[in-house]
Design a protein around this ligand. Structure first.
Ligand SMILES: Cc1ncc(COP(=O)(O)O)c(C=O)c1O
Length: 365
């Protein structure tokens, strides 16, 4: 079976196990030096001043918005074509997500649609561009809108570790960034985990406080915060992953190139668009395919696992529809019936890719 993603892509090397055991033997499980080192090295790799390790990508999104002061009455702009967790932290803070349509080529937030949504909003406060599938949103256009309306820009880089576009790097192109280390992501910490990034020392200080019960360095609880810390064992795994992420991203990119070449003759299928001068890190390789569900069944019969990211747009989930008036987003809704995620991970072989492409070509005859 050729799987869509590989949760253990990663094969835990001996050196990683040694590091985890060292943490366990040392007995310092939280708030220790390993997390500090992981944060410093992640910040350097990302090109930001501060990185704050937390318990998940969702926590990173939540804490960044909370630290920026987003709360009740605020409107936060989120693309419709994304995972639920790009929007749920907004609701959790009592603010309102306003859903914006995506660009039909890159599937990321459309800056013109953002401008239109902001202009008809009552109290616009923040925007969350999502670097979906590992390809960066067009940040120049989004920053221009944000600058014009004084919006806080939080990049959802949960699928885009070290993606780049033009002069921008994911997580360093807004006021703050949020990364996920969920085990299917391009890098993990061996469990759930996340990282919030920023150049702003005050924002970083507030996020550190909010991840730890709202406590300041003297032990006084200045804000009501919960516990969103990252454990030392996870940070130890993260450090080893960080040393290899660039190689894994390159392997994903090579695999994507082979898919695109092999599928170029299958006219029915639309392969991913990669803008010029960009590093797409292919967390997922997603095609658009007519008769998607029938194709999926055929691939399954040929031993090929596929996924749909996402069958329901963020704003159409009952938990969100119950709280906000969801607009019609034609591009987002059109994509949902056509997208298909093909197997993608750093160790996928040329033979596996060719098998998938042959099966797709055979289906369309
Ligand atoms: C786009 C996006 N945003 C947010 C998240 C939430 O990250 P986590 O699962 O680590 O909470 C994910 C991943 O699951 C994601 O893909």
């Amino acid at each position: 079976m050729v799987d869509t993603v590989e949760f253990t892509d990663i094969r835990i090397a001996d050196e990683t196990i040694d590091d985890v055991v060292a943490v366990l033997e040392g007995g310092r499980f939280v708030k220790g030096p390993v997390l500090e080192r992981f944060e410093d090295e992640f910040a350097a790799e990302c090109g930001v001043e501060h990185a704050v390790g937390v318990s998940s990508g969702t926590a990173a999104l939540l804490l960044a918005l909370q630290a920026a002061g987003v709360g009740e009455g605020d409107e936060v702009f989120v693309p419709g074509h994304t995972f639920f967790a790009s929007a749920s932290p907004v609701l959790e803070l009592g603010a309102t997500p306003v859903f914006v349509d995506v660009d039909p080529l890159t599937y990321t937030m459309d800056a013109e649609a953002l401008e239109a949504a902001v202009e008809s909003a009552d109290s616009p406060a923040a925007v969350v561009p999502v670097h979906i599938y590992g390809g960066m949103a067009e940040m120049d256009g989004i920053r221009e809108v944000a600058d014009g309306h004084d919006l806080f820009v939080l990049e959802d880089a949960c699928q885009a570790h070290f993606a780049a576009r033009g002069d921008d790097t994911a997580g360093a192109a807004g006021d703050a960034g949020a990364f996920s280390f969920y085990p299917s992501k391009n890098m993990t910490v061996g469990g759930d985990g996340g990282m919030a990034t920023t150049d702003d020392p005050e924002l970083a200080r507030r996020m550190r406080m909010l991840r730890n019960h709202g406590r300041d360095d003297e032990g006084t609880h200045r804000r009501v915060g919960l516990n969103y810390r990252m454990d030392e064992t996870n940070a130890a795994v993260g450090l080893r992953q960080l040393a290899r992420i660039r190689d894994w991203n390159a392997a994903r990119s090579d695999a994507a190139q082979r898919y695109t070449e092999r599928l170029s003759d299958v006219g029915a299928v639309t392969t991913p668009f990669v803008p010029e001068a960009s590093d797409h890190v292919f967390h997922l390789y997603v095609i658009q395919a007519p008769d998607r569900d029938a194709l999926r069944t055929r691939l399954e019969r040929d031993g090929i696992g596929t996924g749909i990211h996402y069958a329901t747009p963020a704003h159409r989930h009952p938990a969100i529809e119950a709280r906000v008036d969801a607009p019609r987003l034609p591009e987002t809704e059109r994509l949902c019936d056509r997208i298909l995620s093909l197997p993608m991970h750093p160790r996928i072989t040329d033979e596996e890719i060719d098998h998938v492409c042959e099966s797709i070509a055979a289906y369309y005859g």
